[in-house]
Design a protein around this ligand. Structure first.
Ligand code: FPP
Length: 240
């Protein structure tokens, strides 16, 4: 679901299947900074720069929806200094990089327990979502997000309504219910686990684990992952 055949990047390339929805676990910012003898916040800033650069690569390849795991429900347990620096970074990105989203015609959406965020950030998020609401291509940023939390929040919403759920009605209770399931999940930073990311939505996603730390993620890494994805035989429980 969600796949479509993209136009070739150059006449030498054959058309290939690209994921309609790409999800990324942005891992490795802290290690990237530590390797350079810098504070972890330095790695997060470098990671944000990489994400901004990558938005152009995704658009050029015709990827319609991108979800990034920026801050998990568990990340609140990090040292207060690191949490504060990440919140400052989100705030700065929302205030100073909206023009990049508008220029690339990208709709920004936040997925997660947004009520956990400082009120000023909640306001900036709502404003950014309003300004970009008319665009089709989407960037979904998971902040204070946990796959289990999302499922629990959906279950509680169903219970509050006294409803018995089906797969379809449950989907409608998720944070961004109208976004198709991810086709491909990339995790950078060398770890091979899902870390509570899109537990419901990734039921049939393909996974690609990349050793590069997120700030070093390159256009080449993306193309390698996309080539790997294009070669997978997606049966989703059916037969080839
Ligand atoms: C995981 O690396 C990364 C994060 C917890 C933060 C990700 C945030 C950004 C890339 C900034 C972009 C911001 C937005 C709003 C999209 P880690 O710190 O766990 O790295 P480590 O595994 O090396 O310690």
């Amino acid at each position: 679901m969600g796949d479509f055949v993209n136009l070739p990047a150059s006449s030498a390339d054959a058309p290939r299947r690209v994921p309609g929805h790409l999800a990324i676990i942005l891992d490795g910012n802290g290690r990237w900074a530590t390797k350079r003898g810098k504070p972890r916040s330095f790695g997060h800033i470098a990671g944000a720069r990489t994400l901004i650069r990558a938005l152009g690569w995704f658009a050029e390849r015709g990827i319609q929806h991108v979800t990034v795991y920026a801050f998990s429900t568990e990340n609140w347990k990090r040292p207060a200094r690191e949490v504060a620096s990440l919140m400052r970074l989100f705030s700065t990105l929302l205030r100073h990089n909206l023009d990049i989203l508008v220029k690339n015609k990208i709709r920004l959406r936040i997925s997660g327990r947004r009520g956990d965020l400082p009120p000023k950030i909640q306001k900036a998020v709502a404003e950014a979502e309003r300004i970009t609401a008319g665009f089709d291509r989407q960037l979904i940023v998971c902040v204070s997000y946990g796959g289990r939390a999302e499922i629990i929040d959906a279950v509680n919403a169903a219970v509050a309504r006294g409803e018995k759920v089906t797969e379809e009605s449950f989907q409608n209770l998720l944070y961004v219910p109208d976004v198709p399931d991810p086709d491909l999940v990339i995790r950078t930073g060398g770890e091979k686990r899902t870390s509570n990311f899109l537990l419901w939505e990734s039921a049939y996603a393909e996974y690609c684990f990349i050793d590069a730390l997120w700030p070093d993620f390159s256009e080449r890494d993306l193309d390698d992952a996309l080539s790997d994805y294009a070669s997978r035989n997606r049966r989703k429980g059916g037969i080839a």
